[in-house]
Design a binder for this molecule. Structure first.
Ligand code: FAD
Length: 441
């Protein structure tokens, strides 16, 4: 059996490793457009901020090591430029070997998502960067460590924008973040996101909300950004983080069905409308609590890569729903969420109840206790719809507990019944998650 995988990072590398474990003889070819495979996308901002100091730690697997470990045929600097599902072949443009075709019995697409570059005057000026991969990161890092680089503008207040703003600040730069809407971290409800914004400001990041860049131009060695409000900003470096779009241009004309925004359409088996062609990761649309949507996060991509491999090997695993569980560190504060937000529930016109609690993350009498703000959303039967939390410690485990209950279709009563680990340094005898259940009941 010959299996081709397009994309060699989160979804693609997971699919390759899993397939090899299930099938010792398959010929597995992994095509990756760039030089690197299996790198830690999520770690890139922390390398720029110098929390991760050793660049080599970002590279989880090299082509050589992964080839050796899993007996794969890895072809880097090789872009799949088109697919012919009728003839079951792909066309590849390789920097070393020119353009050639390769046939397959099964195909896994994991091309990911690329940063959106808004069509603005001056967008192609030097010192305006997006951050997706290692070469982007190298370029940004090189400029950040130069003593001439003192200030940065980050455009976009989502996960990557906020992480980049924090890390550029930690790297010693003056940072301004511009966000088009009234809040940063759009996937959070405004009052929760407000606490994250407050931390950013307290740590010295200037936030400009409800404003957008209209154009860029050169200003000596700096970049000048003109905002729609008329305000102008100057900085040595600009990071664009205004969202991502599926990297699926090469599928145009292939007959593989794409959604309105270019996402690959898949079923529960992660199979496309073309038999034997699977798709995973940031490039696909899947079922979430609010219908079909794209969830560009590493957890779903890795799980889906594994499932696509299972299906190719004849197993019947499925990927049913994604809760969009996510977390962000904003300097000393953490925000996390799972399931639906109140904003989304309102948008969908669904009935819900909301409760908030403000417990300590661990027993108040044990040193270092800090408060949490937790929000739970549930329906009239008590079924959990979503939750979010913000605080300095203990946010991650609370949201993960609730994510697990949500996964199993649990209720507020289930939260009261959870038997959770307790000693004073970690929690209270009634854990905040239990408390949330009591208050909601
Ligand atoms: P990718 O990992 O992007 O891999 C796709 C690969 O396919 C790319 O290397 C690309 O070069 C290659 N490719 C594309 N088209 C072709 C083609 N035609 N031929 C050959 N190769 C091709 N997620 C989280 O859950 N938590 C985080 O903290 C987090 N932080 C992030 C921080 C940053 C800076 C970035 C950029 C992303 C972050 N993510 C995070 C998102 C996470 O990295 C993605 O969800 C995940 O990598 C998606 O996996 P994927 O396999 O779909 O795509």
């Amino acid at each position: 059996k010959k299996v081709i995988i397009v994309g060699g990072v989160a979804g693609g590398a997971s699919a390759a490793a899993r397939l090899r474990r299930l099938d010792e003889t398959a010929h597995i070819i992994m095509f990756e457009r760039d030089e690197y495979i299996s790198f830690a996308n999520c770690g890139l901002p922390y390398y720029i901020g110098n929390t991760i100091q050793d660049r080599s730690k970002l590279i989880v697997q090299t082509p050589e090591a992964m080839t050796k470990r899993f007996n794969l045929d890895i072809r880097t600097r090789s872009e799949v430029i088109s697919i012919d599902p009728d003839a079951k072949k792909v066309t590849v443009r390789s920097l070393e070997h020119g353009t050639y075709e390769e046939t397959y019995d099964a195909l896994v697409l994991s091309p990911g998502a690329r940063p959106i570059r808004p069509e603005l005057p001056g967008i192609d000026l030097p010192h305006i960067y997006s951050v997706r991969n290692i070469p982007d990161t190298d370029r940004i890092k090189q400029q950040v460590i130069s003593p001439d680089t003192r200030s940065a503008i980050v455009i976009g207040g989502g996960y990557i924008g906020v992480e980049m703003a924090e890390n550029l600040k930690l790297a010693g730069l003056e940072v301004t973040l511009v966000q088009s809407g009234p809040q940063i971290m759009n996937s959070f409800d405004p009052e929760m996101a407000g606490m994250l914004a407050k931390e950013m400001e307290e740590q010295g990041v200037q936030l400009i909300l409800n404003d957008k860049v209209r154009s860029f131009k050169e200003h000596g060695v700096q970049v000048e950004a003109l905002l729609e409000s008329g305000q102008t900003l100057h900085s040595d470096i600009v990071i664009l983080a205004v969202g991502v779009a599926p990297d699926t241009g090469f599928l145009t004309g292939s007959g593989i069905k794409l959604g309105a925004r270019g996402h690959i359409q898949v079923n529960e088996a992660l199979e496309t409308n073309v038999e034997g062609v699977y798709a995973v990761g940031d490039a696909v649309e899947i079922h979430a609590g609010n219908g079909k949507t794209a969830i560009p996060l590493a957890g779903p991509a890795n799980k889906q890569g594994r499932i696509a491999a299972d299906r190719i090997a004849g197993l019947s695993t499925t990927y049913s729903v994604s809760q969009g569980t996510s977390i962000i560190k904003v300097f000393d504060v953490t925000g996390a969420q799972t399931g639906l937000s109140e904003k989304t529930l309102k948008l969908l016109g669904l009935a819900y109840h909301a409760v908030y609690i403000h417990p300590n993350a661990h027993a108040a009498y044990y040193p270092g206790a800090t408060p949490l703000t937790m929000k739970l959303l549930f329906d009239s039967e008590g079924k959990i719809l979503g939750a979010s939390a913000v605080g300095r410690t203990g946010v991650d485990k609370r949201i993960d507990d609730i994510a697990a209950v949500l996964h199993f279709g649990g209720t507020v009563t289930d939260l009261t019944e959870l038997d959770l680990a307790y000693a004073p340094p970690f929690s209270s005898a009634k854990d905040p998650v239990n408390m949330l259940g009591y208050v909601a009941e």
